[in-house]
Write a protein that binds this ligand. Structure first.
Ligand code: SAH
Ligand code: SF4
Length: 389
């Protein structure tokens, strides 16, 4: 892609064109370099500014002391560094912290940080709402509002660190892992999600290892095929059923991209990785009487035979409009046992941050929708699931 095209794609205005200021928070390294070249500056300015934004948490150009005074004065005319607006922040007794974030246009999304031992996993949203309408998911019931920009996605990482006052504080890393498991289907917001994940991995930004950034998808197969060529993040797939007839009911996108195609795409994704020891995390939400029977577990064990994977069982979280129920502990352990006996590594998601309803989307549910249909996001506050990624 030409630099001009990159710059345009990044939303940077051309000289003399009155347009929205570029939000430098969401620019990847190549985009930032293109931005400075276009201003007639040297490329290395990109490195300096990225470090100010993502390492030092600085949002005012006047504070960027290693830039020339002329550049510091010029930048505010053409650009800004604007993190998303935090509407509320809540802390759980178990250390989980949740933010409700208002994005431009008025939508709300949530971000949750779940500390566990020496790690802390940030659950990040990619869209306001979701168009895919999985039958057990409250976000799907809200419908789709819009894609988040790259700045709004990476801004969730920025604000988490900022809220602990931990930019260059010597406190150690506040965010050690990121999971794209908040609101939305990340692969339907491909470019912005890939840009934000690039920043998560870039040493000039957050420098996380590719194993510690996980994208969760319900199975948008063509986009997953594309992802294999441009990203090396860890992959989680929301399967939830061992056959197409059942998955068609739970995850409607299965009617377009059935299980066999999805698993083929997952295998290709893993095959494209330089490190062959990595595995896909298969997410399976257990719904009482629907997909939680031992025969489902046996069918799943056969289905996943050829996929390098581990399985994460998520007991369904109820929400008011849902006709589904959470399975009993016994049903969960029965299901778990069948898979363990078949030789799989299986974890069960446990709830964290219960006292603040700490799960992505829950407050959004309270604010936007008094029926609290986003309550399912209790699942977002899970330790074990996140530990295995
Ligand atoms: N759209 C992506 C990522 C966001 S959903 C995806 O579907 O993978 C993140 C996880 O939460 C998914 O595995 C999803 O199946 C699960 N989930 C959604 N609703 C749930 C509920 N009511 N109870 C438990 N888990 C749920
Ligand atoms: Fe969208 Fe994921 Fe919810 Fe399905 S489970 S509706 S893909 S957010």
């Amino acid at each position: 892609m030409s630099e001009a095209a990159t710059v345009q794609q990044a939303g940077i205005r051309q000289a003399g064109t009155p347009a929205v200021k570029a939000n430098l928070l969401g620019l990847t390294r190549p985009q930032m370099e293109a931005f400075f070249l276009q201003l007639g500056e040297k490329k290395f300015r990109a490195q300096q500014v990225m470090k100010w934004i993502h390492h030092a948490g600085v949002t005012r150009f006047e504070d960027m002391t290693n830039l020339s005074r002329a550049l510091r004065e010029r930048l505010p005319e053409v650009a800004e560094i604007r993190p998303p607006e935090v509407v509320s922040q809540q802390d759980s007794g178990d250390g989980t912290r949740k933010w409700a974030v208002r994005v431009e246009g008025g939508g709300l999304v949530e971000t949750v940080l779940i500390p566990a031992g020496d790690r802390a996993t940030l659950c990040v949203s990619s869209q306001v709402g979701c168009s895919l309408d999985c039958s057990f998911c409250s976000t799907g019931k809200q419908g789709f509002q819009r894609d988040l920009t790259a700045a709004e996605i990476i801004g969730q990482v920025w604000l988490a660190i900022d809220s602990y006052d931990a930019f260059q504080s010597g406190k150690g890393r506040i965010v050690t892992n990121v999971v794209m498991m908040g609101m939305g289907e990340p692969l339907l917001n491909f470019d912005n999600v890939v840009s934000a994940m690039d920043l998560m991995l870039d040493d000039l930004a957050y420098g996380l290892s590719k194993r510690r950034v996980t994208l969760s998808t319900s199975g948008v197969v063509p986009a997953l095929d594309r992802l294999a060529g441009v990203s090396e993040v860890s992959l989680a797939v929301s399967l939830h059923a061992p056959n197409d007839a059942l998955r068609d009911q739970l995850v409607p996108i299965n009617r377009k991209y059935p299980i066999a195609e999805l698993l083929r795409s997952c295998r290709d994704y893993m095959a494209a990785q330089s490190d062959r020891n990595r595995v896909v995390t298969v997410e399976y939400t257990l719904i009482a009487g629907v997909n939680d029977q031992p025969e489902h577990a046996r069918e799943l064990a056969v289905l996943l035979r050829d996929l390098p994977c581990k399985i994460n069982l998520i007991p369904f979280n109820t929400f008011p409009q849902s006709e589904y129920e959470r399975p009993s502990g016994r049903a969960v352990s029965r299901f778990w046992q069948v898979l363990v006996d078949a030789g799989y590594i299986v974890t069960v998601r446990t709830t964290r941050g219960d006292d603040i309803d700490a799960a992505c989307g829950q407050l959004v549910g309270q604010v936007v929708d008094r029926t609290r249909r986003s309550e399912r996001y209790r699942a977002g506050g899970d330790t074990q699931a996140i530990e295995v990624m």
